[in-house]
Design a protein around this ligand. Structure first.
Ligand SMILES: C[S@@+](CC[C@H](N)C(=O)[O-])C[C@H]1O[C@@H](n2cnc3c(N)ncnc32)[C@H](O)[C@@H]1O
Length: 231
């Protein structure tokens, strides 16, 4: 990983903001990811995220913390928060912004246990592929204290396969429709391609059922997105 994402966060943090991150996928054209969005305060967060923060309790793990916006809010509310990210730049930015307990760690390497595990801004993306969902969920389950919970958001992206007359062009012989190849560039530098998974609620719930986890739909957003609580 070249950590192009981390470089962009560091630029924004260091007042070198001149352009946004460009993202695209194997099924969609270029789109801008505005850097200020990654530094959002509570009032600028989507309702789903605000709701997740209200449900958070106890000792909290913020997985893929990015610039640390969710961690900072929770920390200011008095919660004990640990934030992790695989991006060195993101970790540095979160630290500089005041997140007290942040480290460059991949979720599968975490062993400490928590009362709340947060995965926000398409939290299922980190699972990468449908075939890995059980591996990640099993691991997350092992990190939960008694009565602990996982709060995770994602979207049903089947709408992205709709053609102009409303028909769907999903190839049923291909992989699961939410498995995307995700590309990112910033100031002309391209990140290595990533796998990024969008999971519809029913598929997430089925995976949870198999592992003996309860999965409830907490809230639906305005564009096929949702917040789930797993326990
Ligand atoms: C879409 S960003 C979300 C950032 C932040 N949660 C937010 O809402 O602004 C996803 C983050 O997950 C991190 N990430 C990806 N895979 C990870 C893994 N296996 N363990 C921990 N963090 C990971 C990325 O580096 C990135 O910062």
């Amino acid at each position: 990983m070249k950590d192009v994402f981390g470089k962009a966060l560091l630029d924004y943090r260091n007042n070198n903001y001149s352009e946004d991150i460009i993202t695209w996928t194997n099924i969609s054209d270029e789109d801008e990811l505005p850097l200020p969005y990654l530094f959002r305060t509570y009032k600028d967060m989507p309702k789903l995220e605000q709701h997740a923060l209200q449900l958070a309790k106890g000792h909290i793990l913020d997985v893929g913390c990015g610039a640390g916006s969710h961690s900072l809010y929770l920390q200011e509310k008095g919660f004990s928060v640990k934030a992790i990210d695989i991006s060195q730049g993101a970790v540095k930015v979160a630290q500089e912004r005041g997140v007290n307990n942040v480290s460059q760690t991949a979720i599968l390497d975490v062993t400490e246990t928590f009362d709340t595990i947060l995965l926000l801004m398409n939290g299922t993306g980190i699972f990468q592929q449908l075939s890995q969902v059980a591996i990640y969920l099993k691991h997350l389950k092992s990190l939960l204290n008694p009565n602990g919970q996982i709060l995770i958001d994602s979207s049903d992206i089947s709408y992205m396969y709709e053609d102009d007359d409303g028909g769907l062009w999903i190839d049923t012989n291909a992989n699961y429709f939410g498995e995307l190849d995700y590309f990112l560039s910033y100031k002309g530098e391209k990140e290595q391609p990533m796998k990024w998974l969008y999971l519809d609620f029913d598929t997430l719930k089925t995976a949870c059922d198999t592992l003996g986890l309860q999965c409830e739909l907490v809230m639906e957003g305005e564009h096929f997105d949702y917040l789930a609580r797993i326990y």
